[in-house]
Design a protein around this ligand. Structure first.
Ligand code: 5AD
Length: 390
């Protein structure tokens, strides 16, 4: 009954969100409603970001992991994985490359490891990346008074985002003190029972929520997200996920389709539930459902950053581009040196594993123009939600 204008942020209840997901994705679904949802999401993105897309160069610096998430290709008990940790200097070199190529944010991602050595590594790398890219920035500004970086660049040098898993609060505080600006930790599912079904008993949903609250409290811009298409997951769960993002006050959202990885327990659960289906068609449906979730997050949360995630591209060559037309405004070019990429396989068919950073950047630039978006270079691309709560 209520009417709304393009760009309006909608205050939907969890029942309304569930109903919307049902109407668009059950049976033949409603194409008309789907298109209305996607068009409205694009209008809200346009209101807050215009055609701008932000890049976060991601460096997958280690696949060593002490946890055992049931879906993940680098879980501790995944025997196939050859373990590596990049030398610190190599990470800093990639950071300099990212800065010179005008990426505002560097995302450092790895498996989970809570040891003093890893903490020392992280603090050192964060500090070095900050120091070196701030120095580069100052040099550049001194050489060229008409600074080639836009005036709305948020800070000097690179923004540093971490995605290194659950840690005690004191360690988050140390990483913040070392200079980290943002932290990405997916809740994976907002439903504690579903979460429990895909993690070992030692990995508690409550601790993950505790981490997200601590991170926010410590002043990090926080990102979270879920996997879409998990065995046992309902549309009600997905509607609840969007409410979770809102209640948490997340500034960034990253959602991707769940993709099976052979030799993991969740792949067996998936096989039992979906094995009888046409896999290709089912995965395309999950891609669409993921973009519907991005759209729903955009229309209800408004001014947050939403990533068009790599896993979308594992299902379809243009999965990420489609997502950029349905609420997403962030792309994460992989900058991990090529020789490590094949060892950071979270799931089957992870794309770009034979590419170089240059290739990934060029490729994404070309892809952006296909969907009438443009890179906003040289800015951190802070989520507006961090300063302006709607
Ligand atoms: N399929 C899709 N996404 C996965 N991730 C881990 N394993 C898989 C998988 N099999 C995602 C998780 C994690 C992020 C780093 O990668 O959501 O938070």
């Amino acid at each position: 009954g209520t009417t709304f204008q393009p760009g309006d942020v909608l205050d939907l209840s969890v029942d309304q969100m569930e109903a919307l997901l049902k109407a668009t994705s059950t049976g033949e679904g409603s194409k008309v409603l789907d298109n209305a949802l996607f068009a409205h999401a694009e209008s809200v993105s346009d209101r807050f970001f215009g055609k701008d897309v932000y890049y976060r160069g991601i460096v997958e610096f280690s696949n060593v992991c002490e946890n055992d998430c049931g879906y993940c290709g680098i879980r501790k008990h995944q025997r196939r994985a050859r373990r590596y940790t990049m030398p610190r200097e190599e990470v800093v070199e990639v950071a300099e490359w990212a800065f010179k190529h005008r990426m505002g944010t560097l995302m450092l991602q790895s498996g989970e490891l809570n040891t003093p050595q890893r903490m020392a590594y992280l603090e050192d790398v964060v500090k070095s990346v900050k120091e070196r890219t701030i120095a580069l920035d100052l040099e550049e500004r001194a050489e060229n008074p008409e600074a080639r970086r836009p005036a709305d660049a948020t800070g000097l040098g690179l923004c540093v985002a971490l995605s290194v898993g659950e840690l005690p609060r004191e360690q988050f505080a140390q990483l913040r003190a070392a200079g980290a600006d943002r932290y990405l930790l997916r809740i994976e599912s907002s439903n504690p029972e579903l979460y429990a079904s895909i993690h070992p008993p030692a990995q508690k949903w409550e601790n993950r929520v505790r981490c997200l609250r601590d991170l926010k409290d410590l002043g990090f811009m926080i990102g979270t997200g879920v996997m879409v298409g998990l065995p046992g997951q309902t549309l009600r769960d997905l509607a609840g996920d969007v409410m979770f993002f809102r209640d948490l006050g997340a500034d960034m959202i990253g959602m991707g389709p769940y993709i099976t990885e052979a030799g993991t327990p969740v792949a067996d659960m998936w096989e039992a539930e979906f094995g009888h289906l046409d896999k290709k068609k089912h995965m395309m449906d999950m891609l669409t459902l993921t973009t519907r979730m991005n759209a729903l997050a955009r229309v209800t949360l408004g001014n947050v950053n939403i990533a068009a995630t790599t896993a979308l591209q594992a299902i379809d060559a243009v999965g990420r581009e489609v997502a950029l037309r349905r609420g997403a405004n962030v792309l994460m070019p992989i900058l991990t040196p090529t020789k490590y990429r094949e060892h950071y396989t979270l799931y089957e068919g992870k794309p770009c594993i034979t590419d170089t950073a240059e290739e990934c950047q060029k490729c994404l630039n070309a892809r952006l123009s296909m969907v009438d978006k443009r890179l906003k270079p040289g800015v951190w691309g802070d989520p507006p939600s961090y300063r302006d709560r709607l």
